[in-house]
Design a binder for this molecule. Structure first.
Ligand code: IPM
Ligand code: MN
Length: 335
């Protein structure tokens, strides 16, 4: 093996549900082929585990996770469990409790109908917005039912996310940050984001800025993705935009993500953007590339940048075949 680091990294592995375990195994195979030593511990969590004994993510298990250098996750969620139970109880609980306040999702590819490739990164706020679960329901199941779902935006939460986006832009060639929101309708939250963005921007005179409403950004993702370098946006807009980002960048099977605690007060978590895809589980049709590229983001964060770049280079040329065949081809390129 080449480029192997002196110590091994302690990684908590949560394969999860559906195709999650399949793609995670392949991602670990590729990281090891790149010469990085990993000391992995499997955590059996997700819908199947919940159905078996009710465990979603107890505080005890959460505290065990805190002791690792990073968490590698496949996908969670199963049709056998009502929507939200595993997503909120496992995935969002990790994002909130481990303070993974940046969700970094890179998009590199050539959008349909274009000839030139684009290269942009979405920085999605990952601990606030409509995801906090503020709200409730009254008179459920009656004609007078009321459901509210609030969006929480704190100055601290917005600022640290926006600042991360500017710091990231400083390391990139174009040094351009676009704020995406809906300031013309969500005037309270939008105004907080806009003011914070402008104040942080003033500290980075070398970085140019732009603003797009989220609906317009959807058009630009398809028609003119080249305008973007770094995008910063709220949790829900970021969720929706990054599926579109995947769709215009070679498909969701290539879309990687890093849930980061940039303050490093605990482990960060790395997972593909895609879900558990229960319809194709066990068929060998799952593309492991998104999981492999998520593992490359993990290597970046662990300081294994040479190996991370090598993994990305090995993924750059497209591969076809089954889940295992794709990973084997990528791993062979690293050997
Ligand atoms: C994502 C996913 C999650 C989200 C779900 C599974 C809760 O769609 O990581 O984009 O909405 O954040
Ligand atoms: Mn999503």
């Amino acid at each position: 093996m080449s480029g192997s680091s002196s110590s091994s990294h302690r990684i908590a592995v949560i394969g999860g549900d559906g195709i999650g375990p399949e793609v995670t195994v392949e991602a670990l195979k590729v990281v090891r082929a790149a010469g990085v030593r990993l000391d992995t511990t499997d955590f059996d969590l997700g819908g199947a585990r919940y159905l078996r004994d009710g465990e979603i993510l107890s505080d005890e298990v959460l505290n065990q996770l805190r002791g690792f250098d990073a968490i590698l996750l496949g996908a969670v969620g199963t049709p056998d469990v009502p929507p939200g139970v595993i997503e909120r109880g496992l995935l969002l609980k990790m994002r909130f409790e481990l303070d993974l306040y940046v969700n970094q999702r890179p998009f590199l590819g050539t959008a349909p109908g274009h000839t030139k490739s684009h290269d942009f990164i979405v920085i999605r706020e990952n601990t606030e917005g409509p995801y906090v679960g503020e709200g409730g329901v009254l008179r459920r199941g009656t004609k007078h039912e009321v459901a509210t779902q609030g969006s929480v935006n704190t100055r601290m939460g917005v600022e640290r996310c926006v600042r991360y986006a500017f710091e990231l832009a400083m390391k990139r060639e174009r040094k351009h940050v676009t704020l995406v929101h809906k300031t013309n309708v969500l005037t309270f939250a939008g105004n907080l984001w806009e003011r914070t963005f402008n104040e942080v921007a003033a500290e980075f005179p070398q970085v140019s800025t732009a603003y797009n409403h989220v609906d317009a950004a959807c058009i630009y993702f398809v028609q003119d993705p080249h305008r973007y370098d770094v995008i910063v946006t709220d949790n829900l807009f970021g969720d929706i935009l990054t599926d579109l980002g995947g769709a215009v960048s070679g498909g969701i099977g290539l879309a990687s993500s890093a849930n980061l605690n940039p303050a490093r007060t605990g482990p960060s978590m790395f997972e593909p953007v895609h879900g558990s895809a229960p319809d194709i589980v066990g068929t060998g049709k799952a593309n492991p590339t998104a999981a492999i590229l998520s593992a490359a983001l993990m290597l970046d964060f662990l300081g294994e940048t040479t190996a991370a770049d090598r993994v990305r280079a090995a993924c750059a040329e497209s591969v076809s075949g089954s889940t295992t065949q794709i990973a084997d081809t990528i791993a062979a390129r690293l050997a």
